[in-house]
Design a protein around this ligand. Structure first.
Ligand SMILES: O=C(O)c1ccc[n+]([C@@H]2O[C@H](COP(=O)([O-])O)[C@@H](O)[C@H]2O)c1
Ligand SMILES: Cc1cc2nc[nH]c2cc1C
Length: 347
């Protein structure tokens, strides 16, 4: 069961204001480090510290399968989820490369892959063997959705206890852009056509079919838009719920959350639905090529740091953007002030 939503602390806005004034004393024209300055102020308010560190980052990749793949909505077969989990464990995936690049603690969690993967490097927290096909029946029970949230929450706390100073959430799940599109349709009430994209790269006729599957499934499942756990249970995914739980854990510990692409941002919206204050701890790292991502970002009231046309998932966009966030902390910590180095300030 999951009942941690009440414990997200308020931002320390006073600390943010102090840092804002301090940034204006650094040896640069006022405001010249643009969004880096905004980031530094946000990080100070999140952590309640003037000189917060985001090193080392923690990366949690949640993997799970989706019964909705039976409807032919992805360009790749379901087995790719398991195959990519093995790739993660062997260090060959995009997220491995970028996690090594930034010195991240990286953990791979099986929260619902359809097969059993025996490997001691994998964190086995399987809630069930994939979701059910939500075109035919609810994706999972309410209890399973809550269990997946709890798994995410505990994994979030664990990696923070191991020393992660910010949290990157990633996912792997063939079919999860269909689940995410359905969740976002419920939360945004936007036209489904505007939320659905080509995911892993489906052809145009499959794309039309995917839209139809989501439209009809939502009529059949009829999730309650005011109940995020009901939405997860009826049309969601285990890895999506896992990311949501981990984000709530990070927010409860004042740990900045680096939100990745489309699926991750949908998980972030669910976290915000569970606990409004959780969104104060989120940084949207990049703009995914998936069209629904823009809608999800605007619902969070946030703007992405970079736009590289990425659509891989796994947490890759967030790891690629991480050095920008690190730059914001180093700017405050290491730049000299006008007073100390004798550079003339503005008249
Ligand atoms: O992060 C994104 O914005 C993103 C956009 C499109 C696809 N993905 C990845 O692709 C998989 C889902 O795509 P699909 O077509 O199977 O629904 C899943 O493993 C995601 O990690 C990820
Ligand atoms: C190969 C492959 C790698 C992925 N990583 C995240 N989603 C993915 C989907 C596919 C198909």
């Amino acid at each position: 069961m999951f009942n941690h939503s009440y414990s997200v602390p308020k931002l320390n806005k006073e600390m943010g204001q102090q840092v804002s004034r301090y940034i204006d004393t650094l040896t640069k024209p006022l405001g010249s480090l643009g969004r880096l300055e905004e980031l530094a102020i946000s990080l100070a308010a999140m952590k309640g510290e003037a000189f917060p560190s985001v090193t080392p980052p923690g990366v949690l990749v949640f993997a799970a399968d989706h019964g909705i793949t039976d409807e032919g909505v992805s360009a790749y077969p379901q087995e790719v989820t398991e195959q990519m989990v093995r790739n993660f464990l062997n260090g060959g995936a995009g997220i491995n490369v970028f996690s090594r690049q930034i010195g991240a603690l990286l953990e791979i969690i099986d929260i619902g892959v359809t097969s059993t993967i025996k490997d001691e490097r994998l964190i086995d927290k399987k809630v069930r063997f994939g979701t059910a096909n939500f075109y035919q029946e609810d994706a999972m029970t309410r209890k399973e959705a809550e269990d997946a949230l709890e798994v995410g929450y505990q994994q979030g706390l664990e990696i923070i206890n191991k020393g992660a100073k910010c949290l990157i959430l990633g996912e792997m799940g063939i079919g999860n852009t269909t689940a995410s599109g359905a969740i976002l349709a419920v939360l945004s009430k936007a036209e489904i056509d505007s939320l659905v994209g080509h995911g892993t790269g489906i052809a145009d006729d499959t794309f039309e079919h995917k839209i139809e599957v989501i439209k009809q499934a939502l009529v059949k499942r009829n999730p309650n838009p005011k109940d995020p756990v009901d939405i997860m249970a009826k049309v969601g995914g285990l890895e999506i719920a896992g990311m949501t739980g981990a984000m709530l854990a990070a927010a409860s510990q004042r740990v900045p959350i680096l939100v990745d692409g489309f699926i991750c941002t949908v998980a972030a919206l669910l976290a915000k639905e569970i606990s409004q204050a959780a969104s104060d701890y989120m940084i949207i790292t990049h703009q995914s090529a998936e069209p629904g991502h823009q809608v999800a970002i605007s619902l969070l009231g946030n703007k992405p740091l970079i736009d590289l046309g990425l659509r891989l998932g796994e947490g890759t966009g967030a790891t690629i953007a991480y050095p920008i966030i690190q730059s914001a902390t180093l700017m405050v910590k290491e730049m000299a002030t006008f007073d100390t180095v004798g550079v003339l300030n503005k008249q």
